[in-house]
Design a protein around this ligand. Structure first.
Ligand code: COA
Length: 672
């Protein structure tokens, strides 16, 4: 990719700046060590130094990092040798002079403007003129923090969310003095290391803290009408932990006082609730618990909490503080909302939102109100990013909380984007890829599959309905190339298999694990690969009937993948080349039946030797053979839809899907 202009997908362009090798984190409170842990665990070549002026704070930080690593090992998420490497990668110092060689200094000290400015002056006197400086403030604009520096252009805000080693959200502030390449390099680094960066403008409290602070402040303003426990109980409809539970966990009362006082620069309605000054800890329910709430109280609390949430959301969009898709995803990832505010507004409908806004205007005069008709706030793609690169439309599946698993909305957004762009003569074709370096797409949304259990007709209809995007791909003239940036599983692989060609990262993998969930792949997996790569039939049998995972290299040898790349950017470049090479060429027809040696019968085991459902394996084997014999693609696909329907009625499917949702291993020995 040739250009460095900002892309929706931060990983499309090769980073214009080298990755920092020596990173200093200033501040050994809570978030500083957590940020150091994240950096040490995701940048194995980096040297990290944690700086503080208090020796005991450093000792506590060291202990915290060791404990976090230890927990990772105990949970089976981390190998002991990786834990040892992470803890050894961080050194601890009281001396600012040790910052001298740093490529990036990340400040996470106390939230005081004057203190932070002093720190940056000192840091600047020690480090190179082009070394990055970033602040982890949640509220103070970059212009106030960095304008006094000799080289403010390498400085910005990178705002993490707790716990910073785990929470993927991070805000990166684009302010007027910051160099575009520094902001882009930070976005790319975060996206490549498992974070989801959200670029925001330099407004007070940026994007997500405006939501969080005012959500908490209005909760406190409601305390005359309801108790903290009642408010948290009502809030549970929208968030995993209520505002008072979070404030208790984060010792957040002084923060709300500070940040809402700051926001009073925008109007007196932001005044922090008085009660924050006199209360240390809230008497509320434990996370997940509730108390009875009278209907009228619940209605008042609900309207107010939604009122403040929607009011902040429209204000953020009207002022261009952040992008709508980022606002929704940021609230889910960073703040623990069950749905993004714009998604909630869409679900509630215009009339109900209007009512909530009107009530909010009466109760909270001076707080923002929508400046446009409400439907205008819904005009965006929530789960798909779109970039135009050299005549190719690159579509990125972005649902990082579910490894980019496909749901209806994502399917429809991809389809709508393709339909909107395919007629444009300037568009040569499309590339379909996944957000981040881990997954292309982890398949169909397993949560949704549960709804299909027990009704063969309905389940077959569901599979047919889920195929709407894939059927459109079959009919397209312009090429669509799948760029497998990471794992491609189940429905995600079935989607890729319908593309004109596949290219992959050399570390990517291809798997049809449906059989391990007790179901048959329903949207072409039993059909299409045999018609495209009949020579691969023995391997395909294994993939379908035992869930065998294929490495990208094996897929390349079989001809399923046409090229391998060593980095995200190389894979995307290869995909673009493939689009150019295939533009204007007709696709081979998949209507002809294929001669297959049928899959062997007998018992099969899944990956790791676990037993599979014999009934479901039988359904899959039979469908492979039946579909191969059909003399049109449509008829063969129908066999697949029906096989999915039949599998959805087995005891194995109920066990497999329930086990996934309950995060346990399925027991197919018991269910058969
Ligand atoms: N549908 C819905 N959610 C999915 C998903 C899918 N297909 N695949 C992954 N996720 C979710 C997980 O539930 C988890 O959510 P949580 O953090 O809220 O618990 C999140 O994505 C991360 O996945 P997790 O399982 O914690 O990561 P892991 O590294 O332990 O395992 C996989 C990765 C891919 C092995 C595992 O997620 C998996 O087996 N996914 C199902 C793949 C599959 O069978 N797809 C075919 C469906 S047709």
């Amino acid at each position: 990719m040739s250009t460095t202009a900002p892309r929706e997908n931060p990983l499309l362009a090769p980073p214009a700046l080298p990755r920092p090798k020596t990173i200093a984190v200033i501040g050994a409170g809570t978030i500083g060590p957590d940020i150091a842990y994240y950096l040490a665990s995701t940048l194995p070549d980096a040297k990290l130094v944690l700086v503080d002026v208090v020796e005991e704070a450093l000792a506590r930080a060291k202990e915290r990092i060791a404990k976090t690593a230890d927990k990772g090992v105990k949970k089976g998420k981390l190998k002991p040798e990786d834990a040892a490497r992470i803890t050894a990668a961080v050194s601890y110092t009281l001396r600012y002079d040790d910052l001298a060689g740093a490529d990036w200094v990340l400040e996470a000290a106390t939230e005081r403007l004057e203190l932070k400015r002093k720190i940056f002056t000192q840091v600047e006197s020690l480090i190179r003129d082009d070394a990055w400086i970033t602040s982890n403030t949640s509220s103070l604009p970059a212009a106030r923090l960095f304008s006094h520096l000799k080289h403010p252009e390498r400085a910005t805000v990178t705002h993490f969310f707790a716990p910073a080693f785990q929470n993927p959200a991070v805000e990166v502030i684009r302010w007027d003095k910051a160099r575009a390449d520094v902001v882009e390099a930070l976005r790319a680094l975060f996206a490549a290391t498992g974070k989801v960066p959200f670029v925001t403008s330099d407004a007070l409290c940026f994007m997500l803290d405006r939501v969080f602070d005012n959500w908490c402040n209005d909760a406190a303003l409601l305390l005359g009408d309801a108790t903290a426990a009642e408010i948290d109980t009502v809030a549970h409809a929208y968030v995993h932990a209520g505002p008072f539970e979070v404030l208790n966990l984060a010792h957040g009362n002084p923060i709300i006082v500070e940040t809402n006082t700051l926001q009073m620069e925008e109007g007196p309605a932001y005044r922090p609730a008085r009660v924050f000054e006199s209360v240390r800890e809230w008497h509320t329910v434990a996370p997940g618990k509730s108390v009875p709430v009278a209907d009228d109280v619940a209605a008042k609390v609900r309207d107010r909490m939604l009122g403040v949430l929607f009011s902040q959301s429209v204000d953020i969009l009207d002022r261009g503080i952040g992008a709508p898709a980022d606002l929704d995803l940021g609230c889910v990832l960073g703040l623990g909302f069950k749905k993004g505010p714009l998604e909630l507004m869409r679900e509630l409908g215009e009339a109900e939102c209007q009512r909530i806004f009107e009530r909010f205007a009466r109760e909270r005069p001076g707080m923002p109100q929508p400046k446009r008709p409400l439907p205008e706030y819904q005009r965006f793609s929530r789960k798909v990013l779109a970039d135009e690169v050299d005549g190719v439309c690159v579509i990125t599946l972005r649902r990082p909380q579910a490894l980019n698993a496909l749901d209806d909305e994502m399917t429809d957004e991809v389809l709508a984007l393709i339909k909107a762009r395919e007629g444009d003569p300037k568009v040569k074709g499309f590339v379909l890829t996944g957000y981040g370096e881990r997954a292309f797409c982890a398949g169909a949304d397993i949560g949704r599959l549960g709804e299909t259990l027990g009704d063969a007709e309905a389940a077959a209809g569901f599979a047919r309905e889920c195929s709407r995007l894939l059927l459109h791909l079959d009919r397209m003239d312009k090429p669509v190339v799948a760029a497998l940036n990471g794992m491609a599983l189940g429905g995600g692989l079935e989607l890729a298999l319908r593309c004109t060609a596949l290219v992959a990262h050399q570390g990517a993998s291809l798997q049809l694990p449906e059989v391990t969930l007790g179901i048959a792949p329903g949207i072409g997996g039993l059909v299409v690969p045999y018609r495209r790569w009949p020579n691969a039939a023995p391997v395909l049998h294994d993939m379908l009937a035992s869930g065998k995972r294929l490495s990208a290299r094996e897929a390349k040898e079989l001809g399923v993948v046409s090229a391998l790349g060593g980095s995200y950017q190389e894979v995307l470049r290869l995909a673009q080349d493939e689009v150019s090479a295939r533009a204007g060429k007709p696709r081979p027809s998949l209507d002809k039946p294929v001669q297959l040696a049928p899959p062997a019968s007998g018992p099969t085991k899944g990956p790791g030797g676990a037993a599979l459902s014999a009934e479901v394996v039988g359904i899959i084997r039979k469908a492979i053979v039946d579909a191969a014999a059909k003399d049109s693609l449509g008829a063969a696909l129908d066999v697949g839809y029906r096989a999915f329907g039949a599998s959805a009625c087995t005891a194995g499917a109920r066990e497999g899907i329930t086990a996934f949702l309950e995060k346990r291993k399925p027991d197919f020995e018991r269910t058969g």
